[in-house]
Design a protein around this ligand. Structure first.
Ligand code: NAD
Length: 260
Protein backbone atom coordinates (compact mmCIF):
# COMPACT_ATOMS: atom_id res chain seq x y z
CA UNK A 1 0.00 0.00 0.00
CA UNK A 2 1.32 3.43 -0.99
CA UNK A 3 2.23 5.87 1.77
CA UNK A 4 1.69 8.86 -0.49
CA UNK A 5 -1.16 11.33 -0.13
CA UNK A 6 -2.38 10.10 -3.54
CA UNK A 7 -4.45 7.49 -1.73
CA UNK A 8 -6.79 10.32 -0.71
CA UNK A 9 -7.38 11.22 -4.38
CA UNK A 10 -9.92 9.89 -6.86
CA UNK A 11 -7.86 10.19 -10.03
CA UNK A 12 -9.62 8.72 -13.08
CA UNK A 13 -12.52 7.41 -10.99
CA UNK A 14 -16.03 7.88 -12.32
CA UNK A 15 -18.21 9.33 -9.58
CA UNK A 16 -22.02 9.58 -9.70
CA UNK A 17 -23.58 12.09 -7.28
CA UNK A 18 -27.37 12.11 -6.87
CA UNK A 19 -28.90 15.45 -5.96
CA UNK A 20 -25.68 16.95 -7.26
CA UNK A 21 -27.07 20.21 -8.63
CA UNK A 22 -26.79 22.16 -5.39
CA UNK A 23 -25.95 22.15 -1.69
CA UNK A 24 -24.00 19.24 -0.23
CA UNK A 25 -24.26 17.22 -3.47
CA UNK A 26 -22.65 20.02 -5.45
CA UNK A 27 -19.86 20.36 -2.89
CA UNK A 28 -19.23 16.60 -3.09
CA UNK A 29 -19.08 16.78 -6.88
CA UNK A 30 -16.65 19.70 -6.75
CA UNK A 31 -14.39 18.03 -4.20
CA UNK A 32 -14.40 14.78 -6.20
CA UNK A 33 -13.57 16.65 -9.42
CA UNK A 34 -10.78 18.55 -7.65
CA UNK A 35 -9.46 15.15 -6.52
CA UNK A 36 -9.15 14.00 -10.11
CA UNK A 37 -12.49 12.27 -10.69
CA UNK A 38 -14.84 12.64 -13.61
CA UNK A 39 -18.26 13.35 -12.19
CA UNK A 40 -21.84 12.70 -13.28
CA UNK A 41 -24.47 14.84 -11.60
CA UNK A 42 -27.97 13.38 -11.31
CA UNK A 43 -30.82 15.65 -10.28
CA UNK A 44 -34.43 16.53 -11.05
CA UNK A 45 -34.20 19.49 -13.41
CA UNK A 46 -32.15 19.93 -16.55
CA UNK A 47 -31.73 23.70 -16.17
CA UNK A 48 -30.35 23.42 -12.62
CA UNK A 49 -28.10 20.58 -13.76
CA UNK A 50 -26.72 22.54 -16.69
CA UNK A 51 -26.01 25.54 -14.46
CA UNK A 52 -24.29 23.33 -11.87
CA UNK A 53 -22.21 21.57 -14.52
CA UNK A 54 -21.10 24.90 -16.00
CA UNK A 55 -20.22 26.21 -12.52
CA UNK A 56 -18.25 23.05 -11.78
CA UNK A 57 -16.26 23.27 -15.00
CA UNK A 58 -15.45 26.85 -14.04
CA UNK A 59 -14.57 25.98 -10.41
CA UNK A 60 -12.38 23.01 -11.36
CA UNK A 61 -10.58 23.81 -14.58
CA UNK A 62 -10.34 20.83 -16.91
CA UNK A 63 -12.92 18.81 -15.00
CA UNK A 64 -15.00 16.37 -17.01
CA UNK A 65 -18.61 16.74 -15.87
CA UNK A 66 -21.78 15.01 -17.06
CA UNK A 67 -25.30 16.01 -16.09
CA UNK A 68 -28.31 13.75 -16.33
CA UNK A 69 -31.88 14.20 -15.14
CA UNK A 70 -33.02 11.45 -12.80
CA UNK A 71 -35.62 11.20 -10.06
CA UNK A 72 -34.10 8.75 -7.55
CA UNK A 73 -37.56 7.66 -6.42
CA UNK A 74 -38.16 6.22 -9.90
CA UNK A 75 -36.53 2.90 -10.65
CA UNK A 76 -37.11 3.45 -14.39
CA UNK A 77 -35.40 6.86 -14.28
CA UNK A 78 -32.35 5.38 -12.57
CA UNK A 79 -32.03 2.54 -15.05
CA UNK A 80 -32.36 5.01 -17.93
CA UNK A 81 -29.71 7.27 -16.39
CA UNK A 82 -27.33 4.36 -15.97
CA UNK A 83 -27.81 3.37 -19.60
CA UNK A 84 -27.06 6.89 -20.83
CA UNK A 85 -23.98 7.16 -18.60
CA UNK A 86 -22.62 3.71 -19.42
CA UNK A 87 -23.06 4.29 -23.16
CA UNK A 88 -21.04 7.49 -23.25
CA UNK A 89 -18.88 7.33 -20.19
CA UNK A 90 -18.59 3.88 -18.68
CA UNK A 91 -19.25 2.20 -15.37
CA UNK A 92 -19.42 4.23 -12.15
CA UNK A 93 -16.60 3.48 -9.70
CA UNK A 94 -18.22 5.53 -6.95
CA UNK A 95 -21.88 6.20 -6.21
CA UNK A 96 -22.83 8.92 -3.75
CA UNK A 97 -26.47 8.65 -2.66
CA UNK A 98 -26.98 12.25 -1.61
CA UNK A 99 -30.43 13.22 -2.96
CA UNK A 100 -32.78 13.83 -0.08
CA UNK A 101 -35.77 15.88 1.02
CA UNK A 102 -36.66 17.35 4.39
CA UNK A 103 -39.98 17.03 6.14
CA UNK A 104 -41.09 18.63 9.38
CA UNK A 105 -44.43 17.37 10.65
CA UNK A 106 -45.65 16.15 14.04
CA UNK A 107 -46.32 12.40 14.04
CA UNK A 108 -50.03 12.78 14.75
CA UNK A 109 -50.51 15.17 11.83
CA UNK A 110 -48.24 13.69 9.22
CA UNK A 111 -50.12 12.65 6.12
CA UNK A 112 -49.51 9.20 4.68
CA UNK A 113 -48.60 10.78 1.35
CA UNK A 114 -45.83 12.88 2.89
CA UNK A 115 -44.52 9.94 4.94
CA UNK A 116 -44.38 7.81 1.79
CA UNK A 117 -42.62 10.53 -0.22
CA UNK A 118 -39.86 11.08 2.37
CA UNK A 119 -39.21 7.34 2.67
CA UNK A 120 -39.41 6.94 -1.10
CA UNK A 121 -36.79 9.59 -1.90
CA UNK A 122 -34.44 9.33 1.09
CA UNK A 123 -34.43 5.57 1.67
CA UNK A 124 -35.87 3.74 -1.34
CA UNK A 125 -34.02 6.13 -3.68
CA UNK A 126 -30.70 5.22 -2.07
CA UNK A 127 -31.54 1.52 -2.33
CA UNK A 128 -32.71 1.70 -5.97
CA UNK A 129 -29.60 3.64 -7.04
CA UNK A 130 -27.34 1.25 -5.13
CA UNK A 131 -29.00 -1.74 -6.77
CA UNK A 132 -28.88 -0.33 -10.31
CA UNK A 133 -25.36 1.13 -10.22
CA UNK A 134 -24.20 -1.66 -7.91
CA UNK A 135 -25.07 -4.27 -10.56
CA UNK A 136 -22.23 -2.95 -12.72
CA UNK A 137 -19.91 -2.78 -9.70
CA UNK A 138 -20.71 -6.41 -8.89
CA UNK A 139 -19.87 -7.37 -12.46
CA UNK A 140 -16.57 -5.51 -12.23
CA UNK A 141 -15.88 -6.82 -8.73
CA UNK A 142 -15.05 -3.31 -7.49
CA UNK A 143 -16.67 -0.05 -6.50
CA UNK A 144 -17.66 1.99 -3.52
CA UNK A 145 -20.87 3.62 -2.35
CA UNK A 146 -21.22 6.50 0.08
CA UNK A 147 -24.69 7.26 1.43
CA UNK A 148 -25.59 10.62 2.91
CA UNK A 149 -27.48 9.76 6.07
CA UNK A 150 -27.86 12.31 8.88
CA UNK A 151 -27.30 12.55 12.59
CA UNK A 152 -31.12 12.44 12.53
CA UNK A 153 -30.73 8.73 11.88
CA UNK A 154 -29.01 8.42 15.26
CA UNK A 155 -30.75 10.96 17.50
CA UNK A 156 -34.06 12.83 17.49
CA UNK A 157 -33.46 16.48 16.65
CA UNK A 158 -35.00 19.34 18.58
CA UNK A 159 -37.22 21.31 18.46
CA UNK A 160 -38.61 20.55 14.98
CA UNK A 161 -40.69 17.37 14.68
CA UNK A 162 -39.38 15.29 11.77
CA UNK A 163 -40.32 11.68 12.33
CA UNK A 164 -40.39 10.69 8.65
CA UNK A 165 -36.99 12.21 7.97
CA UNK A 166 -35.45 10.63 11.10
CA UNK A 167 -36.78 7.20 10.23
CA UNK A 168 -35.62 7.50 6.62
CA UNK A 169 -32.09 8.35 7.73
CA UNK A 170 -31.99 5.56 10.32
CA UNK A 171 -32.94 3.31 7.42
CA UNK A 172 -30.06 4.67 5.35
CA UNK A 173 -27.65 3.71 8.13
CA UNK A 174 -28.94 0.13 8.19
CA UNK A 175 -29.01 0.03 4.39
CA UNK A 176 -25.32 0.94 4.55
CA UNK A 177 -24.48 -1.91 6.94
CA UNK A 178 -26.58 -4.47 5.09
CA UNK A 179 -25.16 -3.65 1.66
CA UNK A 180 -21.64 -3.58 3.08
CA UNK A 181 -22.07 -7.10 4.41
CA UNK A 182 -23.71 -8.48 1.27
CA UNK A 183 -21.36 -6.87 -1.23
CA UNK A 184 -18.01 -7.18 0.52
CA UNK A 185 -17.40 -10.48 -1.34
CA UNK A 186 -17.64 -8.49 -4.60
CA UNK A 187 -14.97 -6.01 -3.50
CA UNK A 188 -17.53 -3.24 -2.94
CA UNK A 189 -17.29 -0.99 0.12
CA UNK A 190 -20.41 0.80 1.38
CA UNK A 191 -20.24 3.59 3.96
CA UNK A 192 -22.27 6.58 5.07
CA UNK A 193 -21.72 10.09 6.34
CA UNK A 194 -24.15 11.42 8.93
CA UNK A 195 -23.94 15.22 8.86
CA UNK A 196 -25.17 17.47 11.64
CA UNK A 197 -26.55 20.92 10.85
CA UNK A 198 -25.02 22.07 7.59
CA UNK A 199 -25.45 25.50 5.98
CA UNK A 200 -27.74 25.10 2.98
CA UNK A 201 -30.53 27.11 1.37
CA UNK A 202 -33.08 25.42 3.64
CA UNK A 203 -31.25 25.47 6.96
CA UNK A 204 -30.18 29.12 6.45
CA UNK A 205 -33.78 30.14 5.74
CA UNK A 206 -35.03 28.37 8.87
CA UNK A 207 -32.39 29.74 11.25
CA UNK A 208 -34.39 32.89 11.96
CA UNK A 209 -37.39 30.89 13.18
CA UNK A 210 -38.40 30.28 16.78
CA UNK A 211 -35.19 29.55 18.70
CA UNK A 212 -33.78 27.28 16.03
CA UNK A 213 -30.43 29.03 16.20
CA UNK A 214 -30.28 28.41 19.97
CA UNK A 215 -31.09 24.73 19.58
CA UNK A 216 -29.01 24.03 16.50
CA UNK A 217 -25.89 26.09 17.09
CA UNK A 218 -26.17 26.13 20.88
CA UNK A 219 -26.40 22.34 20.80
CA UNK A 220 -23.25 21.98 18.74
CA UNK A 221 -20.01 21.85 20.77
CA UNK A 222 -18.05 23.47 17.92
CA UNK A 223 -20.53 26.36 18.14
CA UNK A 224 -21.39 26.67 14.46
CA UNK A 225 -23.05 24.93 11.55
CA UNK A 226 -20.92 22.93 9.18
CA UNK A 227 -20.30 23.76 5.54
CA UNK A 228 -21.19 21.50 2.59
CA UNK A 229 -17.45 21.29 1.89
CA UNK A 230 -16.82 19.79 5.33
CA UNK A 231 -19.24 16.98 4.46
CA UNK A 232 -17.68 16.59 1.00
CA UNK A 233 -14.22 16.10 2.52
CA UNK A 234 -15.46 13.12 4.53
CA UNK A 235 -17.30 11.64 1.54
CA UNK A 236 -14.19 11.80 -0.65
CA UNK A 237 -12.12 10.22 2.12
CA UNK A 238 -14.57 7.30 2.42
CA UNK A 239 -14.66 6.89 -1.37
CA UNK A 240 -10.88 6.91 -1.67
CA UNK A 241 -8.33 4.16 -1.16
CA UNK A 242 -7.39 5.84 2.12
CA UNK A 243 -10.51 4.14 3.53
CA UNK A 244 -9.81 0.77 1.91
CA UNK A 245 -10.46 -1.18 5.14
CA UNK A 246 -13.58 0.79 6.09
CA UNK A 247 -16.98 -0.63 5.21
CA UNK A 248 -20.43 -0.61 6.81
CA UNK A 249 -19.43 2.47 8.79
CA UNK A 250 -21.38 5.67 9.34
CA UNK A 251 -19.08 8.58 10.03
CA UNK A 252 -20.85 11.30 11.99
CA UNK A 253 -19.76 14.82 10.96
CA UNK A 254 -21.79 17.02 13.26
CA UNK A 255 -19.44 19.37 15.10
CA UNK A 256 -20.01 17.20 18.16
CA UNK A 257 -23.81 17.64 18.33
CA UNK A 258 -24.48 14.01 19.20
CA UNK A 259 -21.96 13.87 22.06
CA UNK A 260 -24.15 16.11 24.26
N1 NAD B 1 -28.32 20.48 5.15
C1 NAD B 1 -28.24 19.77 6.28
O1 NAD B 1 -28.18 20.32 7.39
C2 NAD B 1 -28.19 18.27 6.22
C3 NAD B 1 -27.88 17.57 7.39
C4 NAD B 1 -27.82 16.18 7.38
C5 NAD B 1 -28.07 15.50 6.20
N2 NAD B 1 -28.37 16.20 5.07
C6 NAD B 1 -28.62 15.41 3.86
O2 NAD B 1 -27.72 15.81 2.84
C7 NAD B 1 -28.33 15.63 1.56
C8 NAD B 1 -28.27 16.93 0.78
O3 NAD B 1 -28.89 17.94 1.53
P1 NAD B 1 -28.80 19.49 1.13
O4 NAD B 1 -28.83 20.27 2.39
O5 NAD B 1 -27.70 19.74 0.17
O6 NAD B 1 -30.23 19.65 0.41
P2 NAD B 1 -30.69 20.54 -0.82
O7 NAD B 1 -32.18 20.57 -0.74
O8 NAD B 1 -29.95 21.84 -0.87
O9 NAD B 1 -30.23 19.66 -2.09
C9 NAD B 1 -30.82 18.44 -2.37
C10 NAD B 1 -30.69 18.14 -3.86
O10 NAD B 1 -31.33 16.88 -4.10
C11 NAD B 1 -32.18 17.01 -5.22
N3 NAD B 1 -33.30 16.07 -5.13
C12 NAD B 1 -34.36 16.11 -4.29
N4 NAD B 1 -35.19 15.08 -4.55
C13 NAD B 1 -34.63 14.38 -5.56
C14 NAD B 1 -35.02 13.22 -6.27
N5 NAD B 1 -36.18 12.60 -6.02
N6 NAD B 1 -34.20 12.77 -7.25
C15 NAD B 1 -33.03 13.40 -7.56
N7 NAD B 1 -32.63 14.52 -6.92
C16 NAD B 1 -33.42 15.00 -5.93
C17 NAD B 1 -32.67 18.47 -5.18
O11 NAD B 1 -33.15 18.89 -6.45
C18 NAD B 1 -31.40 19.18 -4.73
O12 NAD B 1 -30.59 19.54 -5.83
C19 NAD B 1 -29.76 15.15 1.84
O13 NAD B 1 -29.82 13.74 1.77
C20 NAD B 1 -30.00 15.61 3.27
O14 NAD B 1 -30.96 14.83 3.94
C21 NAD B 1 -28.42 17.55 5.04
Amino acid sequence: MSDSSDIYRLDDRKVVVTGGARGIGYAIARRAAASGATVALLDLEQVALDEAAARLRHDVQGAEILAQTCDVSSYDDIRAAREVLEAGWGRADVLVNNAGIFSNAPAQEMEAREWDRVLQVNLSGAFYCSQVFGASMIEARSGTIVNIASMSGVIVNRPQPQIGYNVSKAGVIMLTKSLAAEWAPYGIRVNAVAPGYIRSAITESLLGKANLRDYWIGGTPLGRMGSPEEVANVVVFLASDAASFVTGETLVADGGYTVW
